[in-house]
Structure formats: structure tokens, C-alpha cells
Design a protein around this ligand. Sequence first.
Ligand code: NAP
Length: 333
Amino acid sequence: MNKQFKLIKRPLGEVQASDFEVSITEIPTAHEGELLIKTLYISMDPAMRGWMNDAKSYIEPVALGDVMRAGTVGKVIESKNPKYQTGDYVVSLNGVQEYAISNGKGLMKIDTRLAPLPVFLGTLGITGLTAYFGLLRIGQPQAGETVVVSGAAGAVGMVVGQIAKIKGCRVVGIAGGKDKCDFVVEELGFDACIDYKSQDVRKALKDYCPDGIDVYFDNVGGDILDAALSRLNRGARIPICGAISQYNQMQAVQGPKSYLSLLVNRARMEGFVVFDYAKDYISAIGEMAQWMQAGKLKSKEQVVEGIDNFVDTLGMLFEGKNTGKLVLKVAED
Ligand SMILES: NC(=O)c1ccc[n+]([C@@H]2O[C@H](COP(=O)([O-])OP(=O)(O)OC[C@H]3O[C@@H](n4cnc5c(N)ncnc54)[C@H](OP(=O)(O)O)[C@@H]3O)[C@@H](O)[C@H]2O)c1
């Protein structure tokens, strides 16, 4: 049978179990041109919160009654599509369910020699690609510059900081808690990390960025974005990747109060969506895989087991309970 989580209510604030209906249906059958994929891992992404809202965005909201959208790694268990064979591993957007049918479009085959499967939802998947394109295309870091990244111990942030180090920058992370700060400095090689839960971020940015900020990669928005704006250098770049501090807001989103710093410093802030770089995914994954093999790029995944834990696991992102890429394991390979 196929267990599915269907969105039946638009959440107000934090996501609740009652926003979903768990349904058990027959495992679907693949017809000509299709393949049946068994879900092994589901990606937990802050963006899933936004996809539940009935609002204009870069992608259609999940319709009420539909299976909740999510990135997945799965195994082809039956194929009537010549491009895929039984036993292939694929990344797809199959959602929170145990099995899915695909017509083969939008799938990416996984080369399992490169890394363990969950890595293809993180560092060699969408969050790694987000870090890669957001930093390199929008942030355009130059050797010797100072790069600051928030959400530093998370899936995107940990890769941003490491790529900035590869490019010869001084890297300062911002994360919640001593353990996360120790992780990015001691294990990933960041130069410093600010614990925003126990430190005054504005003051700490002064101490840790004595030459100012050239690139601020924003994953969180809110007060931390404002603090970073107050330390910009002339010509600074701010890739707007996300604003997790605002996703559960019931009132209006908090915008940057210090935006005139952009004017004073001839700086720019630019939003981006990783999907716009799809044609370059393969070459970016190739480059990041080489960095991993050379020991320059480390990956960390946090795996929670059991599709029944979906709602609580998603909630962990908003409570800062994850370090690295958070994935839900659904089935044994
Ligand atoms: N633009 C794109 O195409 C794109 C693609 C993928 C992801 N994103 C965005 O990238 C960001 C990071 O995503 P991710 O998948 O890598 O998640 P993640 O960083 O692995 O997990 C989320 C982290 O956000 C932090 N957080 C939660 N609430 C916060 C708050 N109120 N203030 C400050 N930090 C808070 C927590 O870390 P702490 O313990 O440090 O607080 C938590 O661990 C998100 O904003 C996401 O929407 C954008």
C-alpha cells in the first residue's frame, strides 16, 4: 500500500498535524512511458511552508487535497520508460508519499559512486546548488573579501561558507547556539561564527568583520538582515536566498529597516530561485563532487526515520533542531 500525506488545510503560523490527512491507497501501476518509484528519503525544506500558502510565488501552491510537495530520492522499481531501468536511483519532486508514478520528466539520475543517497538532497542536491549559484552568481565573492552567511550550520549555509573559503574569502557564519558555531568553525573551517541566540549580532559583526562585509548571504531575514546591512562595504552584494524567521509570520513580513545602507554603500540586494539555474545543475554538481573528493567540501546530513514523523520533522527546521541537511528516511533501500 502507499501512504500519502495530503494537505487539507492551509496552516496558520506553525504547521500542525491537522493540516494533513494521511491516506492509504493502492500502490499505483506504471503504464507505457511511465515508471514506478519507491521513495527512500524525503527532503525537509523551509520552502515547504511557503508552498502551503495560497499566495502568488515562484511556484504554484500545493492544492488542498493534493499530496504535499517535497523533494525525494527514490528507486525505480518498475519501468516502462526506455530512459530508466529498474534499480536506478533518481531525485524527483515526488512528495510526501511512499510510492509515485513518473513520466520521466524532471527526474535526475543519481550516480551512487559519488556519495550516499541523502547527500543528493543536500550538498549534491537542491540546497548545495542553492548555495553554489546564490553565492557565485549573485554574491560574486572575490579572494580576500569578507563573506557573512546566516543559517550557517544549515543545509544551504554550511555549503555557502565552504565555497567562500574555497574562493579565498574570510568567512563568518551566524547560527543559533554554541554547538552549531563550533561545528562550522572547527569542522567546516569557517573563520568565525556568531551565536545569535547569546550574542549581540551587531556588535559581534563589528568584532569579527573589522574590514566590513562584502557579501552577506541571507537565509533568515528579520533582525539579522538588518544587522548585516549596518556593516556593508561599498559595492557589497546580498543574495536574498530565504527568510526563515518570517515564514510562520501571521502578520506582515518584517522588511529591512536599514535599507538605505544600500544607497550609501552603492550595494545591491538580489533575490534568486535555484530552479532558474537548472540547465547548469549537472556541471555544478560535478564541480562540488570534485571538491568533496578533494576534501575541500564537507557534507552533513541529519536523518530522521519514518514517514509518520513528517510533520514533527518539518517543524525541526523552524526550531533550529537540525544541523546540516535534514532528511526523512522512508524506507530501506
Ligand atoms: N532561493 C532558493 O532557491 C532557495 C532554495 C533552497 C532554500 N532556500 C532558503 O534557504 C534557507 C535555508 O534553507 P535550508 O534548507 O538550508 O534550511 P536549514 O538552514 O538547514 O534549516 C533551517 C535553519 O534556520 C534557522 N532558523 C530557524 N528559525 C530561525 C529564526 N527565527 N531566525 C534565524 N534562524 C532561524 C535554524 O538554524 P539556527 O539554529 O541557526 O537558528 C534552522 O536550523 C531558507 O530560508 C530557505 O527557504 C532558498
